[in-house]
Design a protein around this ligand. Structure first.
Ligand SMILES: Nc1ncnc2c1ncn2[C@@H]1O[C@H](COP(=O)(O)OP(=O)(O)OP(=O)(O)O)[C@@H](O)[C@H]1O
Length: 243
């Protein structure tokens, strides 16, 4: 398998705060990676560096062989990666269909017909084709997040980054979003997902990564990771959230 994402010696500071510390990480094409760790450990910042929503202070992020730079990052993100956020980030004054066709038409220069067709295919996949004409505020949180996932799907980039996609949802809506993600994981999409959903990690991840204080302290297959973590901080963290 080819490397889709290579992160080399990545450091990120916010002012004096050293948030990512010498991160090295390679993700293969089609690989599903779940990142867990305590609040403030740098998980979101790390995946935001993958599509340059945060600019690394030093080090490199290489996508499909091309290093991200100030100059190319918008074009690279358009081609390679989309992000699903905790707070959905849908435009409230646009219909679901409007939200889904905006980037393909404006940024990817697709025709309206092509964008609508792709949007409807994506909405079907998340079970919401019948909501195409609705405004986001008329949907439940779970439905809004499924729309956000459909939006990520219809731009057809090979990488999807999930930043705690179920953390803002009422508990009864979490599973419907996870089910969509589980189904997506059957495909050759490269996924990095920051989440506290350990069942999802066990079911879907090829690799689980534990971050603490800006560093990757443990990583491995779910079997190894959950049964036999070596790092004491990872063991403590798992003991807390699993019991
Ligand atoms: N734009 C920013 N400006 C200043 N500090 C920031 C910014 N974004 C994040 N931070 C800080 O960087 C650290 C890492 O934040 P990050 O959101 O990456 O952690 P996280 O592991 O994703 O946490 P959580 O699980 O709470 O979302 C935190 O101390 C946070 O307050």
């Amino acid at each position: 398998m080819a490397n889709m994402i290579e992160i080399r010696d990545l450091n990120k500071y916010f002012g004096d705060l050293h948030v990512l510390k010498d991160i090295d990480l390679t993700v293969e094409e089609g690989e599903k990676v779940v990142i867990i760790g305590p609040s403030g450990s740098g998980k979101s910042t790390l995946i935001r560096c993958v599509d340059y929503l945060e600019e690394p202070t030093s080090g490199e992020v290489i996508i499909d062989g091309t290093p991200l730079t100030k100059k190319n990052h918008l074009e690279m993100a358009r081609t390679y990666s989309s992000m699903v956020f905790q707070q959905f980030n849908l435009y409230p004054n646009m219909t679901v269909l409007g939200n889904l066709t905006l980037a393909p038409i404006k940024l990817q220069k697709k025709s309206k017909e092509e964008a609508v067709e792709a949007a409807m295919v994506a909405l079907k996949r998340v079970g919401l084709a019948h909501k195409a004409g609705e405004f986001p505020q008329n949907l439940s949180g779970g439905q809004q997040q499924r729309v956000a996932i459909a939006r990520a799907l219809c731009t057809k980039q090979p990488i999807i980054l999930f930043d705690e996609p179920t953390s803002a949802l009422d508990p009864e809506m979490v599973q419907e979003v996870l089910d969509v993600m589980i189904e997506l994981a059957q495909e050759n999409i490269t996924m990095i997902c920051v989440t506290h959903e350990m069942g999802f990690a066990r079911q879907v991840a090829d690799r689980v990564i534990f971050m603490d204080d800006g560093r990757i302290l443990e990583q491995g297959s779910p079997e190894h990771f959950f049964e036999n973590p070596e790092n004491p901080r990872c063991r403590d963290f798992l003991a807390k959230i699993l019991h």
